[in-house]
Design a protein around this ligand. Structure first.
Ligand SMILES: [Zn+2]
Length: 328
């Protein structure tokens, strides 16, 4: 295990009055995901749903509550958050609420058959050898069978309210990521985590500069300075503003490192990922490494600190001093 936190699975635990945490197991990665029950006017609001594993004992979980679940809110469309939505909705009879942008991407990735092919082409364009690309696609779709999202949920936008909680746009980890805030409590999804740092990657059809989005999110959350932040994995964060600063610093250092490994000769996101994350990674981690390298490369381009060379077949990046981005 990457961390020492012990978890009680599938039994809601009270964190403070009106806020319960439900922890569900994951087969990989951090090995667990947190969902939350927030007390609303007419019942509980469930935030996130874990993976769509048939063994999730929703009946037992709900029996431990003192009232019904009346709404389900999804922070973002990653498998460990949206995957159990169908089962949770069936068990509770509650309506599912999801961000409009997030739902569009959810449908495109999990509800279409051509996504694996499109992402494979995109990886090849970013320098991933075709054989490796296939491995990356397979690893990325290992969870696809456990994604059972709910079609046509109630759509919300940043600025809306759900059960007295403000809906905040917190893009970066996912383009349409939403968080909830009320009375100094932030339900952050995967926007703020500790001790792990949320992944921020570039993907096909994603917003052009996800790391720029994320750093802007961190700035806004630091200014909001909630009293506490409860995230999708790991520990509660007692000083969210300080955590925002620490994560922003981490990305600043990685941006410097990324800038440092660029040369006058164009290099692909795949090549750069070997400098940043090492040469020996299993496919699932290489996938994140490529996406994360690309988010840093695109941020550097946006800042004028790197150049992008693009033709019909490939995208590659150059050091700024070689003039890669200079307008003709
Ligand atoms: Zn997650």
């Amino acid at each position: 295990m990457a961390h020492a936190t012990e978890h009680t699975f599938a039994t809601p635990v009270e964190l403070e009055p009106g806020i319960l945490r439900l922890t569900l197991p994951l087969p990989t990665g951090p090995r667990h995901v947190h969902c939350y029950f927030l007390r609303g006017d007419d019942g509980w609001l469930l935030v996130d749903t874990g993976l769509g594993l048939t063994e999730t004992p929703w009946g037992e979980i709900l029996a431990a509550l003192d009232g019904p679940v009346t709404r389900i809110f999804i922070t973002h469309m990653h498998p460990d958050h949206v995957g159990g939505a169908e089962a949770a909705a069936a068990a509770t009879g509650a309506s599912v609420i999801q961000g409009a942008l997030d739902y569009t991407q959810c449908e495109r990735v999990w509800g279409s058959t051509d996504w694996p092919e499109r992402i494979a082409e995109w990886f090849i364009r970013h320098g991933v050898p075709p054989a490796v690309s296939e491995e990356l696609i397979e690893s990325g779709h290992a969870f696809a069978d456990f994604v059972r999202f709910v079609w046509n949920p109630t759509l919300v936008e940043p600025g809306d309210e759900v059960d007295g909680w403000s809906v905040l746009a917190t893009p970066g980890h996912a383009d349409g990521h939403l968080s909830l805030e009320r009375d100094g409590v932030l339900i952050a999804g995967d926007t703020l985590l500790a001790p792990i740092t949320p992944a921020v990657g570039l993907y096909p059809d994603s917003r052009p500069d996800p790391l720029g989005d994320y750093l802007e999110t961190l700035g806004r959350l630091a200014e909001l300075a909630p009293r506490v932040s409860y995230g999708g994995h790991g520990d509660p964060i007692a000083d969210p503003a300080a955590r925002c600063a620490k994560i922003a610093y981490h990305h600043d250092r990685r941006l410097e490192h990324t800038e440092f490994v660029l040369t006058a000769v164009p290099r692909s996101g795949y090549e750069v990922s070997h400098d940043l994350f090492g040469t020996d990674l299993p496919p699932i981690q290489r996938r994140f490494a490529v996406a994360e390298s690309l988010s840093h490369l695109e941020r550097l381009v946006a800042l004028g600190r790197a150049g992008r060379r693009e033709d019909d077949r490939t995208v590659a990046y150059t050091a700024r001093s070689s003039g890669g981005r200079a307008p003709v």
